[in-house]
Ligand binder design. Sequence first.
Ligand SMILES: Nc1nc2c(c(=O)[nH]1)N[C@H]1C(S)=C(S)[C@@H](COP(=O)(O)O)O[C@H]1N2
Ligand SMILES: [Mo]
Length: 154
Amino acid sequence: MSCIVSLNVFAQNQGTVKVKGEVLAPLELNKEDFGSYKKISVKVKDRDAKVHEFAGVALIEILEKAGVPTGSKLRGQNLVKYILIQAADGYEVVYSLPEIDPEFTDHIIMLATEKDGQPLPSGEGPFRIIAPNDKKQARWIREVQTIRINSAKN
Ligand SMILES: Nc1nc2c(c(=O)[nH]1)N[C@H]1C(S)=C(S)[C@@H](COP(=O)(O)O)O[C@H]1N2
Ligand SMILES: [Mo]
């Protein structure tokens, strides 16, 4: 039993999130890499109807480090780009770039790594999107593996 538990902890620590697609610098990040990011937190009601404090980094900061056009560059052709987020179980959700860009909105979309001071548990983490301003939690995607920038232009 203790063996299974420690294997599970090991698997969690190995978790990475990939940033790819139409980015200048593809990234593969683990929790330690987020040490150089600004840590943010938010208290918000989860689906269990209880308020939890989630901590992590802003999705926009990750995309900026990957060279995705944000702020003043987010215009013209760049406005048909979108963020496709894919999870370990095959679940996928989309956000648009202006939805997460601070020049367009004050809404924060977080890539959370902690809940109530603890790493996110297996099945939820190690990375989970928290979008406090989405009243419905369907885009609070758990077990995030890949953040892909695509263009909707055809
Ligand atoms: N990886 C992953 N994240 C997911 C889902 C999923 O199926 N897989 N379901 C979504 C939907 S539709 C909802 S309503 C909530 C459900 O959260 P809950 O299972 O904690 O109630 O998670 C969202 N995040
Ligand atoms: Mo849902």
